[in-house]
Design a protein around this ligand. Structure first.
Ligand code: NA7
Length: 536
């Protein structure tokens, strides 16, 4: 049949999480553009819309995991806990959407399946699963980095008689674990958050661990009225700090080397960071992520903690990470994770000793045993960074697909654009520091930069902005250099490297040079007339 005519806008945004909402506000209310946001979910919130698994929390501290663009918004919103739950973050984003009148330009339950660039018109045609079409000169993806669920292809899963779930697509009605035997596969940030809650709710929990992980106590708790007033009185300072810090968090990494402290001093500093809790632990010394011997001191401290907490020595040994330095995989933070293995109804299965071979109607079978289960929870992570972008069939100049352009791994300029894909901007794209950063800080920087760039193009009567191949090549080299200056590439099973998805090219995807340094580079590029971009 005849295709419905495409609806025309100045810009199309894919995704209505933190990034999409702010990008809509910036383009519509600052530049005066007509904008349509297309969102697959039936609500806004992105990550926080999908990830509703038991124990889900944000690992950034709530007040810093928020927008900084509106003084009024900062003052009127009060976070209730140090680390917010998905429901609280959704309430926050709903509040933002209402306050800035965003909902009218957001179309929910609309999954983008394809986007084609038209060379003559200098415009993108975006096609949805339902066959709707939208056309706009600018296309901005706000699809997140951890939104494409990685469900391992374990033989026999379809024969399982019980229920199974992936944490990143959790049923909104919740799951009743009472009286059930639950198997949890995966011990990344998600599995480590979920295990203690599952253990408390279920009759029995079996944790299937492939790689033992370091984890630091989160020390969650309510924000007291005094803290609330202190936070609200100090937002200007807090924001300044998040913008100058390496990782966009409201604390700086110490200037001291681990080698400049005596073993006793080191232990005391680690102990107080362990008590304080959270991601601040990795900020104790400046060289933890660049010097293996320095890292060993932190890793050793955490290993000792695991052995002190976990009563059964064999379980403690299996839980002790040995194959990668501390924080070279995204460091989880937890509430009673290691303590959970002291419960009578919890068992650890070490997959390094005997891997999963199959799912059977009754449960999970490893090389040497079969575990009877009623529910399997996959906390097996995501096809990170590139997954959600490649899930859409994006075709740039000459009909060339992003899949082909990135066949050997993603190649971007600043993480924001890809050569051959004019007028396409990727918020938190591969090659940006976003996933090594407190996400909203990265997102606001990306959105502000993209908005200024689009404003520049339109303001100069231009129609097209495109990263040059040379600039991308240089950026890819710089991203590699930055990663190789750290210990991060030493974790060979990390999703930063794409190593968690079989067959995915192994390329260190995030920019490890630090958020503050990255923001300066982006600002310089813009000041120099968008150096590295071809403008027409
Ligand atoms: P992660 O960090 O990718 O962790 C996934 C976990 O699942 C990890 O322990 C994996 O082991 C394990 N896994 C993956 N595939 C399998 C198979 N096939 N068999 C057994 N175990 C498997 O994902 P998360 O959801 O925890 O966290 C993602 C990010 O969200 C996190 O970094 C924060 O930024 C927020 P492996 O280590 O690969 O051996």
């Amino acid at each position: 049949g005849a295709e419905a005519p495409a609806r025309a806008y100045d810009a199309i945004i894919v995704g209505a999480g933190f990034a999409g909402l702010y990008q809509l506000h910036a383009l519509r209310d600052r530049l005066g553009l007509s904008v349509r946001v297309l969102e697959a979910g039936s609500g806004i919130g992105g990550t926080w819309y999908w990830n509703r698994y038991p124990g889900a929390r944000c690992d950034s501290e709530s007040y810093s995991y928020s927008y900084s663009f509106s003084r009024e918004l900062e003052q009127e919103w009060s976070w209730t806990e140090r680390y917010p739950e998905p429901a609280e973050i959704r309430r926050y984003l709903e509040h933002v959407a209402a306050r800035f009148d965003l909902a009218r330009d957001i179309q929910l339950e609309t999954r983008v399946t394809r986007a084609d660039f038209d060379e003559e018109a200098n415009a993108w045609t975006v096609t949805t699963e339902a066959g709707e079409r939208f056309v706009a000169p600018f296309l901005i993806t706000a699809v997140g980095c951890l939104s494409s669920a990685n469900i391992p292809k374990i033989p026999g899963l379809e024969t399982f008689a019980g229920e199974w779930y992936h944490t990143g697509r959790w049923p909104h009605a919740g799951v009743d674990f009472a009286g059930k035997r639950v198997g949890l596969i995966g011990t990344g940030s998600t599995g480590i958050q979920a295990a203690p809650v599952l253990a408390a709710e279920a009759a029995h929990l079996t944790v299937f661990q492939r790689t033992a992980n370091y984890s630091i106590p989160a020390r969650n708790g309510p924000i007291t009225p005094q803290e609330q007033s202190r936070i609200k009185a100090n937002y200007a300072e807090i924001r300044a700090l998040t913008r100058t810090s390496t990782n966009g968090h409201p604390f700086l990494i110490s200037e001291r080397s681990a080698h400049d402290a005596t073993p006793e001093e080191r232990r005391a500093l680690y102990e107080s960071a362990w008590e304080a809790g959270g991601l601040r632990f990795r900020a104790v010394f400046r060289d933890l992520l660049v010097d293996k011997a320095a890292n060993d001191t932190a890793a050793g401290f955490i290993r000792d903690k695991i052995r002190q907490i976990v009563r059964d020595p064999a379980t403690a040994a299996a839980l002790t990470p040995t194959d990668h330095p501390f924080a070279t995989k995204r460091p989880p933070i937890d509430t009673d994770y290691f303590e959970t293995f002291n419960r009578d109804n919890v068992r650890l299965v070490d997959l390094k000793a005997s891997p999963i071979e199959a799912v059977t109607p009754r449960g999970v079978r490893t090389g040497d045993a079969e575990y009877d289960l009623d529910v399997i929870v996959f906390a097996t992570g995501f096809d990170a960074m590139t997954g959600p972008l490649l899930a859409m069939d994006i075709r740039g100049s000459g009909g060339r697909g992003l899949k082909e352009a990135w066949a050997a791994g993603p190649r971007t300029y600043l993480g924001l654009q890809t050569a051959g894909f004019p007028n396409l901007f990727t918020i938190t794209g591969p090659g940006s520091p976003s996933v090594l950063c407190n996400m909203p800080v990265a997102i606001e920087q990306h959105v502000d930069w993209i908005t200024a760039c689009i404003g520049h193009v339109r303001g100069h009567g231009l129609v097209r902005v495109e990263a040059t191949a040379e600039a991308s090549d240089r950026w890819v080299d710089h991203v590699n250099e930055a990663a190789n200056a750290t210990l991060l590439p030493m974790a060979n099973s990390s999703w930063y490297l794409g190593a968690n998805v079989p067959g995915k090219p192994r390329v260190f995807m995030p920019y490890a040079g630090g958020m503050a340094a990255y923001a300066q580079i982006c600002a310089r590029v813009a000041r120099n007339g968008y150096e590295g971009f071809a403008l027409r």
